[in-house]
Design a protein around this ligand. Structure first.
Ligand code: B12
Ligand code: SF4
Length: 492
């Protein structure tokens, strides 16, 4: 059996990092870990091939080779998934679909032969058994949350690693919190399920053997869901693993209560973590209550962010506007908050109601739903009737994005952040990729770019005041270039 694993294209958005990836000559930020994991669960004798359309085109000869096509994707990849499925259908291939898009919307893909939904550890074995017997059903679904001990190491060897900026690896699934707009708990449950430290180290060893020496993203929903396991098992194991190696930087996602635990932050930094994405959402307390973001309520969020930065972790922040309690003052308040906190990579989205969330249920009850979500909350659209006037919300959002990413405020934020940030424990030797990226940044940002004055001023400031952060300052300047381009496209 020849199994083709197919990953649809992402739209060009803030998260695609497309305009930044060009500086390091990469095609995508991360490989499709779900498909690589599914590949490892398929029978060993099957031949497997991955086509990630973000990295290379799907060719007719790939389809001719395949007996069965396994398609994955998120809602944001819906359009590309449709196109790819139509091509597979035209080539008369058996199509099997799974992953978040299909788990939530399988009713909308009549051309797909088999849906293997939810977590593949639960549903795939039964499908494979039925397929072998010639009695495969149309839909396999499950409400169980499997033990991650059953998850095999992903088959990274199927991906052309050189095309990606970072690799991803998963330690846990699930989150103890219950934010109204988030579908993580309905998809993966409240109880964080973790792999053992031994398993994670084996996966890292595998990546290392494949020659991977760049950053690794722990794609956990909330990395600190089980603090005890982290402190006693995983982080000490990662610290030992890093010893004697040039140093692999790690990054992840965590809730703001990370700021309360000095020991945890110290261990994470020692283990090689230098970046963490935190859902901050809003400085408006009433909106935090509205969306049940308990862990963010009643706190000095700016002070929390600074504490994490001082520990040696760059904070990337997720922010939302469009809550029922937001008034037109929210845009300026978000700007002030973000500038003060020095969160350089601030992903501000318009609230969208994703299927499977409590928000979706509430808006449905209130008769306010307008249709499908695009699945990409930074594209300036929303799928429900907001309390704020719709046009005021959209215009306020566009102004907020323009302001945050225009050169003045953006470069100012980098300085605010670098003043606070402690040098990371894992320092990377300069390599050819960083040197050429530096050359390209000097040309595109320092000579051709509208931001040239800000760019050179930042480099001079960093060189004099924070010399160990010059390369980070260049990286953040490159991200800024991407964000500005996307903000411009958003307005167009
Ligand atoms: C890593 C990640 C990313 C990476 C993706 C990199 C990549 N190439 O895959 C990046 C950072 C780019 C990203 C971006 C976005 N993401 Co994202 N992301 C994740 C995250 C944290 C982990 C995904 C992962 O790798 N998991 C590990 C693997 C092993 O699990 P898995 O993919 O779920 O696969 C399992 C099953 O789903 C199943 N499976 C998966 N595929 C298939 C296929 C077949 C055939 C079968 C049988 C089974 C199967 O088997 C696997 C093993 O059980 C998830 C959260 C989560 N826990 O899933 C969100 C998540 C997938 N992202 C989400 C969203 C919304 C986004 C954005 C749209 C964010 C935004 N602000 O709008 C953007 C979209 C990108 C863009 N516009 O450019 C949502 C998706 C919701 C949905 N239903 O579509 C999630 C679930 C988080 C959330 N609740 O908000 N994301
Ligand atoms: S803390 Fe994050 S992952 Fe957990 S429920 Fe809230 S938004 Fe979702």
């Amino acid at each position: 059996m020849n199994a083709l694993l197919l990953y649809p294209e992402f739209p060009d958005t803030f998260w695609s990092f497309k305009h930044a990836l060009k500086f390091i000559r990469k095609r995508a930020s991360l490989p499709p870990l779900g498909l690589l994991t599914v590949a490892a669960m398929l029978p060993e004798p099957w031949a497997k091939r991955l086509v990630d359309v973000n990295v290379r085109k799907l060719r007719a000869k790939d389809l001719a080779w395949a007996d069965v096509v396994f398609v994955s994707g998120m809602i944001a990849q819906r359009d590309s998934a449709r196109e790819l499925i139509a091509r597979c259908r035209a080539a008369d291939k058996t199509i099997v679909a799974g992953g978040p898009l299909f788990t939530l919307e399988h009713g909308q893909f009549p051309e797909v032969d088999h849906f293997v939904l939810n977590e593949a550890e639960e549903t795939l074995p039964e499908f494979l058994r039925d397929l072998e017997r010639g009695s495969a059903q149309r839909v396999y679904a499950s409400t169980n949350f499997p033990d991650l001990q059953r998850t095999p190491a992903p088959m990274w060897e199927l991906a052309d690693l050189s095309r990606y900026a970072s690799m991803s690896l998963q330690y846990s699934r699930g989150c103890p919190f219950d934010c109204e707009f988030c579908n993580i708990t309905s998809m993966f449950g409240h109880r964080p399920r973790t792999k053992t430290a031994t398993r994670v180290i084996a996966e890292l060893d595998r990546l290392h053997r494949l020659g991977w020496r760049e950053a690794v993203f722990f794609v956990d929903d909330n990395f600190i869901g089980n603090k005890r396991a982290l402190k006693e098992e995983l982080l000490p194991a990662l610290i030992r693993w890093q010893k004697g190696k040039p140093g692999t930087p790690f990054f992840t996602e965590a809730s703001i209560n990370l700021a309360d635990d000095e020991e945890l932050m110290r261990l994470m930094v020692e283990a090689g973590f230098n970046q963490v994405f935190v859902g901050i959402e809003t400085p408006e307390e009433a909106s935090l209550v509205e969306c049940n973001k308990r862990q963010n309520q009643g706190r000095d969020l700016v002070a929390d962010v600074k504490r994490i930065q001082r520990a040696g972790l760059e904070v990337q922040g997720g922010f939302i506007v469009g809550f029922d309690h937001d008034t037109p003052t929210i845009f300026q308040r978000q700007i002030e908050f973000i500038q003060k906190s020095g969160i350089v990579t601030a992903m501000v989205g318009l609230l969208q109601a994703m299927p499977g969330t409590k928000l979706h249920e509430r808006l449905n009850r209130q008769g306010r739903l307008l249709g499908h979500t695009t699945g990409d909350n930074v594209d300036g659209t929303t799928n429900f009737v907001p309390r704020m006037n719709r046009e005021t919300l959209r215009q306020g959002y566009l102004r907020l994005m323009d302001h945050l990413y225009s050169p003045g405020p953006y470069y100012e934020r980098i300085r605010t952040f670098l003043r606070e940030y402690r040098p990371p424990r894992i320092s990377r030797p300069l390599n050819w990729q960083s040197l050429t990226a530096f050359g390209r940044a000097n040309l595109h940002l320092g000579v051709l770019g509208r931001e040239r004055f800000h760019y050179w001023r930042l480099l001079l400031w960093t060189f004099l005041r924070r010399p160990s952060h010059v390369s980070l300052a260049v990286t953040l300047s490159i991200y800024g270039h991407h964000f500005r381009r996307i903000a411009k496209e958003l307005r167009a």
